[in-house]
Design a binder for this molecule. Structure first.
Ligand code: HMG
Ligand code: MG
Length: 283
């Protein structure tokens, strides 16, 4: 029997946050409803960040209200502060994600805060989520390279991962935000991070700017990681990371993993339909 991996679908958030065209909530909902039938256990559908910073995600409440929620699917939302957490909670997000950078340059650009300040800002978010029994996922960005500071030291990533673990994040997703990571750099980073936390609490989040995302998935698989963030149709990029291209495509990870003997439990026809829809939504 082949081994299972899980793809965490992030297209509706990490993908659509970067589109130039203001995509109406109805189109986002149609994509998410299709994804809900594909077999994903978790889909990131919105972010409740400042609408001044990311206007593309301003309609998160409308999107969550309009979804046909499928049983067994957790609908996740990204939250940058307590205000975002309260909005996500009001919109009935099933889980939230906090996000910290391993490099100072991107922290400032993306959150207008140093790494330490951003951790302080997330402290009330995790406290509120714990009280409300809402699962919290953690993202660490720039795990190999930062668009402002250059290469990131593996020890810096491990330190931020440890902070996320201390916050009680049930899983930490390691982001190659600008897709510049080489397999060697990803391996060195994982070597440091795995001293802090088990592979079963980690996810790989690879952007495919340089076409190395699947090679980086392979390195992470060899290190024992079994969860990968991906976006149908390879949607994506981060508006505050110059040069960041789309997330690795869900359909590419699915096919690649299957060839290596890993099952995703996803329905390939529905994933293909969603990828086609995502591509059509792009500006
Ligand atoms: P700031 O300007 O320093 O904060 O931004 P502020 O507190 O002065 O707020 C500015 C205005 O935004 C105020 O409104 C606030 O009320 C409002 P005003 O008084 O001017 O009318 N505001 C909010 N409104 C709604 N919801 C909120 C909220 N917060 C403030 N939650 C802040 C600081 C953190 C808010 C800002 O920097 C921000 O929103 N950053 C998010 C940027 C972002 O979404 N980036 C993309 C996601 S991260 C990513 O893609 C990487 C990832 O995929 C992993 C990887 O690839 O590495 C996760
Ligand atoms: Mg990302």
């Amino acid at each position: 029997m082949s081994e299972q991996i899980e793809i965490f679908e992030v297209g509706p958030r990490d993908g659509l946050q970067n589109e130039k065209r203001m995509i109406p909530a109805s189109e986002k909902i149609a994509l998410i409803d299709l994804l809900s039938r594909a077999g994903f256990r978790r889909i990131e559908v919105a972010s409740f960040v400042s609408p001044k910073w990311v206007p593309q995600m301003a309609d998160g409440a409308e999107v969550l209200a309009g979804l046909a929620r499928a049983p067994g699917v957790s609908y996740a939302a990204l939250t940058p502060n307590i205000k975002g957490y309260e909005r996500a909670r009001a919109a009935r997000a099933d889980e939230v994600a906090i996000f910290v950078s391993a490099s100072e340059g991107f922290s400032k650009a993306n959150l207008n805060a140093t790494i330490i300040e951003s951790l302080e800002r997330f402290s009330p978010v995790v406290a509120a989520a714990r009280a409300d029994d809402v699962p919290v996922r953690g993202y660490v960005s720039c795990v190999t390279d930062c668009p402002f500071d250059g290469p990131t030291a593996p020890g810096d990533v491990a330190a931020v991962v440890a902070a996320m673990q201390a916050f009680g994040c049930y899983e930490v997703s390691l982001g190659d935000t600008i897709g510049r990571g080489t397999p060697e750099a990803v391996d060195a980073m994982l070597d440091a991070v795995l001293d802090e936390i088990g592979a079963d609490q980690l996810a790989g989040h690879f952007h495919d700017t340089a076409g190395r995302a699947l090679a980086n998935v392979d390195v992470a698989l060899a290190r024992g990681l079994r969860v990968f963030d991906a976006a149908v149709g390879g949607l994506g990029g981060c508006p505050y990371a110059p040069g960041s291209a789309g997330n690795v495509a869900t359909e590419a990870v699915m096919t690649h993993a299957a060839a290596a003997g890993f099952e995703t439990g996803l329905n390939p026809e529905i994933v293909a339909q969603a990828a086609a829809m995502a591509k059509e939504m792009r500006g």
